[in-house]
Design a protein around this ligand. Structure first.
Ligand SMILES: [Fe+2]
Ligand SMILES: [Fe+2]
Length: 136
């Protein structure tokens, strides 16, 4: 069983966004496997963390552009959650690079809970609005 299991529950019904969420779930699992089951090779972990940050930025831009184009009323609060997440992950990145060894479980739990919570609550909240505006 994967660390972060994909479920139908996470599906919002938008092709591109669902694919991006799947990618993020897979990337979290890859990080988990490297940290917990792998050799926790520092260069590899850093590469995975960098990839996660880059891809997360791409994903957030995708959502934020849709909010902008369709005048999503909760745009500001949602974008703030994105910004806070990026700040937090960059902080993990910095601490990991600085050689803090005991971060593994903390990073993984943070990623897992943030992703699940954000997709199931905040992302799910925009789904009816964007659907009503013809987004597929
Ligand atoms: Fe979001
Ligand atoms: Fe999202």
């Amino acid at each position: 069983m994967a660390f972060l299991e994909w479920s139908d529950n996470l599906e919002l019904g938008f092709a591109e966004i669902d694919n991006q969420h799947r990618w993020l779930v897979n990337a979290t699992n890859a990080l988990h496997d490297e940290l917990i089951h792998g050799k926790a090779d520092r260069a590899e972990v850093e590469k995975l963390l960098n990839g996660l940050v880059d891809y997360t930025l791409t994903h957030f831009v995708t959502e934020e552009l849709l909010f902008h184009w369709h005048n999503y009323p909760d745009d500001e609060a949602h974008t703030r959650e994105h910004t806070n997440f990026v700040t937090a992950v960059r902080e993990w990145q910095k601490r990991y690079k600085a050689g803090e060894e005991e971060l593994s479980e903390e990073i993984l739990e943070f990623l897992k809970h943030w992703l699940l919570d954000h997709i199931l609550k905040s992302d799910k909240a925009y789904a009816p609005f964007l659907k009503a505006h013809g987004v597929k």
